[in-house]
Design a protein around this ligand. Structure first.
Ligand code: AMP
Ligand code: MG
Length: 318
C-alpha cells in the first residue's frame, strides 16, 4: 500500500469517511483514526498497529454535541472535568452509548472520550462525518509517535494517509480518568496532573497505572509499552554506577554523568515530556544500546514521565 503524506485536512477526512484509517496530529501524540461507525475500519487500526484485540481505543470528538453519540449518561464529576479540561489532554471514561461498536471498546461497557485542543486535529475531526476512534499512531509496544516522521517510520505501507502537522507539544498520552465508577479513578497519568484534577473533583482516587494490572478497567495497561530497542536504565537519585559504554545515552534534567556522548538535558519536566519519545526513537536510529533516564520528581507531569519510563523499562525484564 502506498502511504501519502498530506497537509490537507480535507483529503485526510475523505479517507476516514471512505472507511480508511489516517494518522493525524494532536497536542499529546499522533493518533491513528477510523470512523467509529465502521467495524471494518476499526479492524484496520488493530491490524496496522499489531494491537492486541482486548486493548480499547479512545474516541475523539470535535464538539460537546457529539458526546451523546458516544456516551449514554454523564455523571456530575465527568461534567465538571469536561467543563474544565475539554478541549485538552484529558480522556474521560463513561458508560457507552449502546450504538458504539464493541470493537471500539474491546467489549467493555464503557468508552474513553477526548476532545483534542490541537487546531489541526479539531478541523480534521470537524470534517469527519462521525467521531473518530484513535489509539497512538505507532506499532504496538513502541514509543508513541510525536511527529509525522515517527508515524511514517512505523506505519508506511500499512496505512493510506498521514496528516502532517507540527510536533506534538505535550509529547505524552492523555490523562485518563474513569468516571463510570464512584469516586472517579485516575487510570493513566498525563499532562493534566492529579493535583489539578482534584482541584475540580476532590474525590478522584489515584490509579494503579504502574501496576501490571489484569483488571478489565483498563486492559491496555497490562501490555508492554513505550519501549525503544535500547535497554532503559532508570536513575532515581544522582547517577547510578555506569559502565561507560561508547554507545550509551542520557536523558534528564540534570547534567549527564561523564563519558556519555549522546544526551538530552531538559530545562524542566515539560520539556522532558516533549522530548522523551522522539529521543528514544533517535537513539534507536543511531544504534544506542543503553539509555540512562533520570527519574523526575513525582508531581505535576513528572508523575506521567515516571509512569512511561517505568513501563518502558519493564520490557528489560523479559
Ligand atoms: P492509546 O491511545 O494507544 O494510549 O491507548 C488508549 C488507552 O486508553 C489504552 O491503554 C486503554 O486501556 C485506555 N482505554 C480506552 N478505552 C478505555 C475504557 N473504556 N476503559 C478503560 N481504559 C480505556
Ligand atoms: Mg498507545
Amino acid at each position: 500500500m502506498q502511504t501519502i503524506v498530506t497537509q490537507s485536512v480535507g483529503v485526510a477526512a475523505t479517507w476516514i469517511n471512505r472507511g480508511e484509517i489516517v494518522a493525524f496530529p494532536t497536542e499529546t501524540v499522533y493518533g491513528l483514526g477510523a470512523d467509529i461507525t465502521s467495524d471494518a475500519a476499526i479492524e484496520k487500526i488493530y491490524a496496522a498497529k499489531g494491537r492486541p484485540p482486548d486493548n480499547p481505543l479512545i474516541v475523539h470528538i470535535h464538539s460537546l454535541h457529539q458526546l451523546q453519540e458516544v456516551a449514554s449518561d454523564i455523571p456530575r464529576s465527568a461534567e465538571s472535568l469536561i467543563h474544565h479540561f475539554f478541549p485538552g489532554p484529558l480522556t474521560v471514561i463513561l458508560n457507552k452509548n449502546p450504538e458504539v461498536s464493541q470493537l471500539v471498546t474491546a467489549g467493555l461497557p464503557t468508552v474513553g472520550i477526548r476532545l483534542p485542543a490541537h487546531p489541526v486535529a479539531q478541523e480534521f475531526l470537524r470534517r469527519c462525518t462521525h467521531p473518530v476512534a484513535a489509539p497512538s499512531a505507532n506499532i504496538s509496544g513502541r514509543p508513541s509517535s510525536t511527529d509525522w516522521k515517527a508515524v511514517y517510520d512505523d506505519l508506511k505501507g500499512k496505512i493510506p494517509c498521514v496528516l502532517k502537522g507540527p510536533q506534538s507539544t505535550i509529547g505524552l498520552e492523555s490523562t485518563i480518568v474513569d468516571c463510570s465508577v464512584h469516586p472517579p479513578r485516575l487510570l493513566r497519568s498525563g499532562a493534566i496532573s492529579l493535583e489539578s484534577l482534584r482541584n475540580v473533583v476532590p474525590q478522584i482516587r489515584a490509579g494503579s497505572s504502574n501496576e501490571k494490572t489484569h483488571s478489565p478497567k483498563s486492559p491496555g495497561l497490562k501490555y508492554p509499552h513505550y519501549s525503544p530497542s535500547a535497554q532503559i536504565i532508570l536513575c532515581e537519585e544522582g547517577y547510578p554506577p555506569i559502565e561507560r559504554e561508547t554507545n550509551s545515552a542520557w536523558i534528564g534534567i540534570s547534567q549527564q554523568p561523564e563519558g556519555i556522548a549522546k544526551t538530552a538535558i531538559c530545562k524542566n519536566p515539560e520539556e522532558y515530556a516533549f522530548r522523551l519519545f522522539s529521543f528514544f526513537r533517535e537513539c534507536d536510529r543511531e544504534g544506542i544500546s543503553v539509555i540512562f533516564c533520570e527519574m523526575p520528581p513525582a508531581d505535576g507531569i513528572g508523575l506521567a514521565i515516571r509512569d512511561r519510563l517505568q513501563r518502558a523499562a519493564e520490557r528489560n525484564d523479559k
